[in-house]
Write a protein that binds this ligand. Structure first.
Ligand SMILES: NC(=O)C1=CN([C@@H]2O[C@H](COP(=O)(O)OP(=O)(O)OC[C@H]3O[C@@H](n4cnc5c(N)ncnc54)[C@H](OP(=O)(O)O)[C@@H]3O)[C@@H](O)[C@H]2O)C=CC1
Ligand SMILES: Cc1cn([C@H]2C[C@H](O)[C@@H](COP(=O)(O)OP(=O)(O)O[C@H]3O[C@@H](C)C(=O)[C@@H](O)[C@H]3O)O2)c(=O)[nH]c1=O
Length: 278
């Protein structure tokens, strides 16, 4: 049994990780209970709990809003993360942090490797990259997992939007390719990591295996849930933030280093569909 702090514990990933880690000595904090930008409170909590792990699920994730709220995105996704890495180091805790496929510019034609050049094309991606860099500077016991296109039976996400919208006809972009990733699969992996920690710190990619466009993902959701919606592919969908055209990430290091078989995109979706309760 490990002592584990979870920040952003009521968000999509935080909820899934909290569920997966039941049985450990968990200290989960919503944004109201612990605002990670409050470094004094963060320090106080870590000092008093002295956890084995801090799992940071707190983040500014509103990709479009970030374009006009750069300061807040940076404060939460970079400055607070830097402090968290320092505090984790100070009290000998291992930090598990999550980043995104949006650190890449999307011009690649093959899956991105963890050490491949980053070049975010939107403010959210830039703020998450700044968070990664500030963790690396501290150079401690820190894992960074870049995940992508996260969805779950709970929380706010693309799967739930397609499943729950009243619209019978949807227009969905087929000009962006990535790997939809189940938060349940990320959580099962984190459970495995906490149990079998190889202590090989660094940046890793974790996504469900396989790739598709948002349009193809919408089609798959429509089919698996028997929604009977009409879904049209479109080349563009106007949004404030640019999104990478191709953001598939290579997770073979993760599979090897952690000795873990990552489920496919289809397996991930099947499990979420099975649990989803409209
Ligand atoms: N969602 C996705 O598609 C992807 C997510 N990621 C990364 O995965 C991680 C988890 O994301 P996800 O669960 O989807 O995000 P959510 O937006 O569902 O959850 C984020 C949580 O962070 C909380 N939060 C926001 N600001 C603060 C703060 N200052 N202090 C404490 N908590 C705060 C939010 O609380 P409140 O709601 O009260 O503001 C919310 O509960 C993030 O690092 C994200 O960048 C990576 C790739 C894809
Ligand atoms: C609502 C809607 C969206 N879209 C497009 C817009 C966008 O390109 C794509 C997905 O839209 P979303 O806003 O759900 O996704 P988005 O916010 O871009 O999701 C991202 O979130 C952050 C947090 C990450 O880290 C990324 O990995 C990624 O998951 O679908 C349509 O084509 N038609 C529509 O009707």
């Amino acid at each position: 049994m490990k002592k584990i702090i979870i920040t952003g514990a009521t968000g999509m990933l935080g909820t899934a990780i909290t569920n997966a880690l039941q049985g450990h000595d968990l200290y989960g904090y919503s944004s109201k209970e612990l605002d990670i930008t409050c470094s004094f409170k963060l320090d106080q909590i870590v000092k008093s709990i002295k956890p084995d792990y801090i799992i940071n699920c707190a983040a500014y994730t509103a990709v479009d809003l970030a374009e006009t709220d750069q300061e807040k995105a940076l404060k939460i996704n970079a400055l607070a993360v830097q402090k968290m890495a320092q505090v984790a180091n100070q009290y000998q805790a291992t930090l598990i942090h999550f980043s995104t496929d949006y650190v890449f510019n999307g011009t690649a034609t093959q899956p991105y490797l963890p050490l491949q050049e980053t070049d975010p094309i939107n403010v959210y991606g830039a703020s998450k990259l700044a968070g990664e860099k500030s963790i690396a500077q501290v150079n401690g016991r820190h894992y960074i997992f870049r995940i992508s296109w996260l969805y779950a039976p709970h929380g706010k996400n693309f799967f739930k939007w397609v499943a729950g919208t009243d619209m019978n006809e949807l227009k969905i972009v087929d000009s962006q390719t990535g790997s939809p990733t189940s938060a349940l699969d990320v959580s099962s992996f984190i459970k495995h990591l906490v149990k079998n920690d190889p202590e090989t710190y660094g940046v890793y990619h974790f996504t469900n295996q396989g790739a598709m466009t948002w349009f193809e993902f919408a089609i798959a959701i429509n089919k698996k849930l028997n929604l009977d919606k009409i879904i049209h592919p479109v080349a563009t969908f106007k949004t404030a933030a640019k999104r990478p055209t191709y953001s598939v990430m290579d997770g073979s290091d993760t599979i090897q280093v952690f000795n873990y078989q990552i489920p496919t995109v289809e397996e991930g979706l099947d499990e979420v569909v099975r649990i989803y309760n409209p």
